[in-house]
Design a protein around this ligand. Sequence first.
Ligand SMILES: [Zn+2]
Length: 327
Amino acid sequence: MKCSICEKKLKEGEVFYGDEGTYYEDKPLCETCYYEDEPCVTVFYGRDDQPYVISLTRNETEGDFEVEWHSTDPWRGYYEAKSEKYALVNTAELLAYHQSEEMLKEFDERIRELFDEHGIDYARVFARSSNVFYQNYDLYVKKDQALIAKFLVEYILAYIFAYRIANGHRGSLRHVIVFDEATRVFYKKREWRETTLELGMPFIETVPQIIRDYGEGIIFALQEPSIASHSLMANSNVKMVGFLGEGEDIDAITKSLDLSDEERSAMTKLERGEWLVKKAEIKPFLLRSFDYLLEKNVTDKELFERMKPFLKKLSEKVILTTSVQAK
Ligand SMILES: [Zn+2]
């Protein structure tokens, strides 16, 4: 029997066979060729620093991942990881010495904190190509876990942060995020969860505090201010309060806006299109907005059309992008 790679003669008892799903699956190999074949893909699970390698002869991921070679011409190509058990959530090309490396580092850090906070099992997969300066980085999450909408929202925010940091975007406003039903993500109880004690302030709670430094603005819309997180209430610069009927919500706003008894009672008398407005260091005042009558089943597209003339007035540069629906 001969080694399938180096053709060295093999005695009985010293034969190794290629792992299942690899290029040399079930083929006889010598010990050196079996163990020292160059890795095609390296997998890191969660916080585990141990690399799990897939080469043409071995698969240390025990079948979690497999590898496929794609050739782009006779001399060039790249390896691609595949998985039945994990779902791909992000992929990035890594060019050595390129700024993409920095962006990825930043993103990678934040996203791993997020995964840990939500207790989501993830794996990072680095795949080699024929170009030594180029690698592919894939981020996977275990499939049997429900990927909750909240998590995806945070994921997008983390990406925006990483993008702004990598591009050195600081200071003046570049982009505004409109966050409807904000208490689904920014809610009170979360600040005191067990993971907060273990891992410190969750990433999401730092967002209202620091996002403005990165040229991002957020407009939060919410129905129940009494359950909104402290970081949201404390860091929003302008608050517009419409009619409130619930005692707890009235209390929360009274406290947050430091209202007098008279101002407090105004909240229960507001009509549609009327707002109590509070901006830092200015006394609260009343404001009447246009009465936009909208059907409940209005589509995003119809809304875009309707708002276009208004946005044009704000600035020639306003560009609307599609919304993310968290259900
Ligand atoms: Zn060999």
